[in-house]
Design a protein around this ligand. Structure first.
Ligand SMILES: C[S@@+](CC[C@H](N)C(=O)[O-])C[C@H]1O[C@@H](n2cnc3c(N)ncnc32)[C@H](O)[C@@H]1O
Length: 518
């Protein structure tokens, strides 16, 4: 299944994900459209059609919003009603409780259709539970110059900057509109089957209407999970209650690219947070973790009285930084995509047990499958109880900083003991600037571990600078900055692969470790 308004290439990519698809810089958009219709945010189909989008703006500035994940002090702040503007605040909190009440109606309707109860929505708990789980992980906020989160992630900076607000809103729209955008594809599928007529339909060994029904259910299941993530942002939109009791949201328009990103983000949960992603994690994250353990095993406690600081730029959904924290390091992730930040925050701060949620992220493509059932594979997340696992380490800590890597860390000179880049260095406009930043922020004797290909992200974007260099050239530049290579290997692995698919893209990743000598 693929979106009506996505390009053919994008459709193909759902089958064969490119690491950078899910991680594109999120273009800012101005989407002020169609105020007359209402979008239903429960499991009903809206007839809303996608309209042309205006003003796709270049994404130039950063989201320089340090956030703390799991900070106990931020519990009370993790709610929109804690904004500094009091009058606004009051009206917001009123609106909020009304909305929560409204959402109970959604829960009631949706429950009937959702056999899988673990995805039932309990909106009343959503805002209160943020940051409750992993309080242990961050215990010294000053070390990290973290600020408690004010409201949902991104909200404090978005509230000060209309452009940022629009950007965040366009991404949250992709969460809220997931169901409508997906059901539109289902309608097309249904129409296409009908169009071939009984003569051909009877040759099918399966009942296509059953496929359609299963798809609708799977979409609902995914949507109810995405709604939990997006729920704290619902007040960015106009909500009202229909006479039927349903909570309606103003119509949203999501660009094809964002529909694709929403779906590939959903699929990334397999790579990072499902048992189904274990092979990919073993071939990618495990070698990195082994190098970290090896390099720091002989270092004495005295060398690192305050812990060993490891930074993971481009942390994605956060599994690698979490694994690093589990090993006892002070692990910090950095990420600039709201898709990633919202989802990882949810996993870290809102999950309480293993296999708590079921999603079906593979339903968006019926190409290259062997069996009719394959796209319906159920994915349970997270594969472990995060808080329980993290409680086993005495020294491990974890934090996430939102913002563009080079800008966020400009001033953190000689700070980190190790930097781990996994499928990251090719996301740069200018890879030399990444190398320079990594060099600046690593301590002398610090270790850089890199794993990934050189699939330059901005190659096809003529509005963006894209400096594409060969590995040999990159290597010379790394040495030129003062690094000494300790290890250099090629490791073949996949990125967000669908193991059931007939196509598999293998990356021959450069896996190196280098020490900053000067
Ligand atoms: C290909 S993904 C890899 C994610 C993760 N490391 C993994 O292996 O699954 C690259 C990630 O880097 C993030 N990213 C790209 N450029 C960035 C930048 N300049 N600053 C911060 N994050 C960035 C993207 O949003 C994306 O999540």
């Amino acid at each position: 299944m693929s979106s009506n308004n996505s390009s053919e290439d994008e459709k193909k990519n759902l089958n064969n994900i490119n690491p950078n698809d899910s991680v594109n810089k999120e273009e800012k958009k101005d989407k002020e459209k169609d105020k007359n219709k209402s979008q239903i945010i429960d499991n009903k189909i809206s007839q809303q059609s996608n309209q042309s989008l205006s003003n796709v703006l270049d994404e130039k500035e950063i989201y320089n919003i340090p956030i703390s994940i799991g900070h106990s002090n931020s519990n009370s702040n993790s709610n929109n009603s804690n904004n500094s503007n009091n009058s606004k605040n009051d009206s917001k909190s009123d609106e909020k409780s009304e909305n929560q009440e409204n959402n109970n109606n959604i829960i009631n309707t949706s429950k009937e259709e959702n056999n899988n109860n673990n995805n039932d929505i309990n909106t009343s708990n959503l805002n209160n539970n943020i940051n409750n789980n992993i309080n242990k992980i961050i215990n010294n906020e000053n070390d990290w110059e973290m600020h408690p989160t004010e409201g949902p992630i991104g909200m404090s900076s978005a509230s000060k900057d209309p452009e940022e607000y629009r950007h965040l809103r366009s991404i949250v729209s992709a969460f809220f509109n997931y169901q409508i955008d997906s059901l539109r594809d289902v309608s097309r599928m249904e129409r296409d089957f009908k169009s071939i007529g009984e003569k051909y339909i009877k040759r099918l060994s399966f009942n296509y209407t059953e496929r359609i029904e299963k798809l609708k259910h799977a979409i609902w299941q995914n949507y109810s999970f995405l709604l939990k993530i997006a729920d704290p942002y619902k007040n960015m939109f106009k909500l009202f209650k229909a006479s039927s009791g349903e909570v309606l949201m103003e119509p949203l328009i999501v660009e094809g690219k964002d529909i694709i990103k929403m779906r590939s983000t959903l699929r990334l949960f397999i790579r990072d947070w499902a048992i189904d992603g274990i092979d990919e994690r073993n071939s990618t994250y495990k070698p990195i973790l082994n190098e970290l353990k090896l390099y720091f095993k002989d270092k004495t406690k005295k060398d690192f009285e305050n812990g060993i600081n490891v930074l993971v730029p481009g942390a994605g959904l956060g599994r690698l930084m979490y694994e690093i924290a589990k090993l006892g390091f002070k692990s910090q992730g950095n990420e600039f995509s709201y898709y990633m930040l919202l989802c990882s925050n949810y996993i870290f701060n809102n999950t309480t047990k293993e296999n708590e949620f079921t999603i079906q992220p593979l339903i968006h493509s019926f190409s290259n499958i062997y069996n009719e059932e394959d796209p319906f594979r159920k994915i349970m997340i997270p594969d472990e109880n995060l808080a329980e696992e993290l409680s086993k380490t005495d020294t491990g800590e974890m934090s996430m900083v939102a913002g563009e890597f080079c800008r966020v860390y400009k001033e953190k000179i000689n700070f980190f003991d190790s930097i781990v880049t996994c499928y990251f260095i090719d996301t740069a406009n200018n890879i030399i600037e990444y190398i320079e930043t990594i060099h600046n922020i690593l301590k002398i004797g610090g270790l850089w571990i890199n794993f990934g290909p050189l699939l330059y992200h901005y190659t096809d974007n003529e509005n963006e600078v894209s400096i594409e260099l060969s590995w040999n050239e990159v290597k010379k530049i790394i040495i030129g900055f003062g690094f000494e290579f300790e290890k250099e290997d090629e490791v073949q692995t996949t990125y967000s692969a669908n193991k059931d698919s007939m196509t598999q893209r293998i990356y021959k990743c450069i896996f190196f470790t280098a020490v900053k000598k000067k």
